[in-house]
Design a protein around this ligand. Sequence first.
Ligand SMILES: *Cc1c(COP(=O)(O)O)cnc(C)c1O
Length: 437
Amino acid sequence: MKYYSTNKQAPEASLQEAVIKGLASDKGLYMPEEIKRLPGSFIDDMKNKTFQEIAYQVADAYFGEDIEANVLKEIVYDTLQFDTPLVQVEKNIYSLELFHGPTLAFKDVGARFMARLLGYFIQKEGKEEVNVLVATSGDTGSAVANGFLGVPGIKVYVLYPKGKVSAIQESQFTTLGQNITALEIDGTFDDCQALVKSAFMDKELNAKMELTSANSINVARFLPQSFYYFYAYAQLAKAGVTDEVVFSVPSGNFGNITAGIFAKWMGLPIAHFIAASNRNRVFLDYLQTAEYTPRPSIATIANAMDVGDPSNFARIQELYGIFDNPWERIGKEILSYSYTDEQIGETIARVYNKTGYLLDPHGACGYQALVDVKLANDQVGIFLETAHPAKFLQTVENIIGTEVEIPTKLQKFMLGTKQSIELPKTFEAFKNYLMNL
Ligand SMILES: *Cc1c(COP(=O)(O)O)cnc(C)c1O
């Protein structure tokens, strides 16, 4: 399968090139040239299959031409060493719990898949070393760092905004050592993302070292996220639910929701999506005005969604570009809601008191959007519970007024010693650091 750039000014790439480069040379995002439709019989039969079996079929549609079946199968099976259970919260609202992986956030799926695929390519090519640059607003850094930890031939640099991620999040990528380096940038997430993008465009840097990105712009990270949409549907079918499905996705850089849209285009029957946001509402504004106006991100308690210029918007535009009026079509298939910190807190408290289910601040946006959209009688809503609430311990404990139990997996990270390198937000400083490694 070939991959083309959303900006259309770069040559087509093979899977291997797209994965190693991350971003195309014209700063566009890679798109698979074809989205294969899976047969209806596969969809109908999913309820009898395991997560790994379903995921392998989905992966095969994208990567099957480029990776031997046994290798791809191993990568998929090894990536998915944990479950993504669907849990009923209310009569017609379900939580797709994506926090059972090593760092307790959905990004574990994409990060683990990408690490294994990249490791395979490096070995196959006999390359010496590849450097992964990743900007994080919180959870990407930990998922990528843990996904790549100890993978031979790969060095990871995690750029994160100083003082803007929770203590637990920070511990998950600053305490690992080995091939993982944490760079603490005096700026915002958008600054970190800009530094990574600039690094890819810098000739001198690229001549010195092989650079790649593990942000959700990388096809190897974002496409595997479609696996669990299929599996969620399979779990509903298994439970005998035949209602139409609406997916509500807490969205920041829009990688997760874009993977869901790909799943729909592959034939998964989804009524529509909801992009649930915090106060960073650039997508909602786009739906309302038909103008896409990126702006600086605002800090919120759902900090992994503090994104003012979501990268994957380019992919959504590209997908819907085939329609006469893309904006109108996008508006029908992807609704959006935006919530303030107060509203998020109110939702967490209300749901906890009423049902005992504890939402995290991101999942709370997804849940609340399913309430506000007013599902039809023959519809059920699934929101993606993108992280474990204990990752946002202070926030969540303050809201519900009780202690939250910290899973042992998380406690282990917090025992480590923080190691990070502080840098100003200028590209000059960042480049200097890399050039002098
Ligand atoms: C990254 C993240 C999001 C946003 O996902 P995108 O793919 O960037 O839209 C939502 N919730 C949590 C907990 C995250 O870590």
